[in-house]
Design a protein around this ligand. Structure first.
Ligand code: SAM
Ligand code: DTB
Ligand code: SF4
Length: 332
């Protein structure tokens, strides 16, 4: 039986990461199959509730105001629009709506009040709600929790050693501070990163080391492949080879054995066979819907065909919740 540990060393994770690929996949699949519902995949859908115009300089991001990209820029959507999208997604079998805003941080203003209304509205129709709104104070995390938020997505994105190459307008400690506020407010944490930013293997290992040694593991860990977008500093970055994605997913499964591992951005470029290996190696969540935030994702129909072919099923909402106020979660 795999146990959840918070005292990993760099060398231990490096030894896992560098195993021969098929050995690594086999071991990760073995740990994954300890879960009763290993064929169940949690499906989230993204809505970009506020698009573009962000003051931050994240080198990968098409929504940073300083880069000239061809995205659709819009102010905060109306609550009715977001609720209508959520209802459609629910009918299609999506269990969680993830509301993304191109903000550096949340401000206590009418926009935040509107986001809180969106959270209440989506919760009321029986879906889990996740937000990714940038940095938060503890009080803001509490207000989100009171509105019924289920999860907060806040990625550390890369290692602390590589962070300054990618983002200069904040530090990785700022990110960790927000994660601490989210944890203290009893929300579940969704935090992972991106591969393909020009990082070394040691950066990927250090990123996982940071996540794995948090006082409590994030309940969900998104692994994104960089989607290089024209106009961003990383526009010419080569696509991540699929074997790097599988290696990263399998290592994540082994060091964070009870967390949900999300095969996130980059699925558009992966074949069904490549994605199948990722599910085999422990991925048990995806973003579904034609769009991620600004870039394309496989269509819902394609994904449902893939589920059918691979024998995967969509997980129902709120399966993890034991107590009504979300204060305790049985992971998987
Ligand atoms: N502004 C908020 C923040 O930074 O936390 C929320 C939205 S931000 C777009 C959420 C995450 O999307 C980032 O942390 C990053 O992991 C991911 N992301 C953004 N652009 C990406 C890209 N081109 N390829 C892959 N992942 C990307
Ligand atoms: C995450 O880890 N990946 C999602 C979600 N959390 C917010 C975002 C991916 C964005 C990909 C680029 C885009 O579509 O703009
Ligand atoms: Fe802004 Fe988030 Fe994009 Fe960074 S990743 S530029 S904080 S929207």
């Amino acid at each position: 039986m795999s146990i959840v540990r918070n005292n990993w060393t760099f060398d231990e994770i490096a030894a896992i990461y560098h195993k021969p690929l098929l050995d690594l996949i086999y071991e990760a699949a073995t740990v994954h199959r300890e879960h009763k519902n290993y064929a169940e995949v949690q499906i989230s859908s993204l809505v970009n509730i506020k698009s573009g115009g962000c003051p931050e300089d994240c080198a990968y991001c098409p929504q940073a105001a300083r880069y000239h990209t061809e995205i659709d820029v819009h102010a905060l959507l109306k609550q009715e629009e977001v609720l209508a999208t959520a209802k459609q997604a629910k009918e299609a079998g999506v269990s969680r709506m993830c509301l993304g805003a191109a903000w550096r941080e949340v401000r206590d203003n009418r926009d935040f009040d509107r986001v809180l209304d969106m959270v209440r509205g989506i919760n009321d129709i029986g879906m889990e709600v996740c937000c990714t709104l940038g940095m938060l104070t503890y009080e803001q995390a509490q207000r989100l929790a009171e509105a019924g938020l289920y999860a907060y997505n806040h990625n550390i994105d890369t290692s602390s050693e590589h962070y300054g190459e990618i983002i200069t307008t904040r530090t990785i400690d700022d990110r960790l501070k927000t994660l601490d506020h989210v944890r203290k407010a009893n929300l579940t944490i969704c935090s992972g990163g991106i591969v393909g930013l020009g990082e070394k293997d040691s950066d990927r290992i250090n990123m996982l080391l940071l996540l794995a040694n948090l006082p409590k593991h994030p309940e969900s860990v998104p692994i994104n492949a960089l989607v290089p977008v024209q106009g961003t500093p990383l526009e010419n970055q080569p696509r991540v080879p699929f074997h790097d994605m599988v290696r990263m997913i399998a290592t994540t499964r082994l060091v964070l054995p009870k967390s949900v591992v999300r095969l996130s951005a980059g699925r558009r470029e992966m074949s069904m066979a490549e994605q199948a290996l990722c599910f085999m190696a422990g991925a048990n969540s995806i973003f579904a819907g034609d769009k991620l935030l600004t870039t394309d994702n496989p269509s819902f129909e394609e994904d449902m065909n893939m589920f059918e072919l691979l024998g995967l099923t969509a997980r129902k909402p709120f399966k993890d919740v034991i107590t009504h106020n979300h204060s305790e979660h049985a992971q998987l």
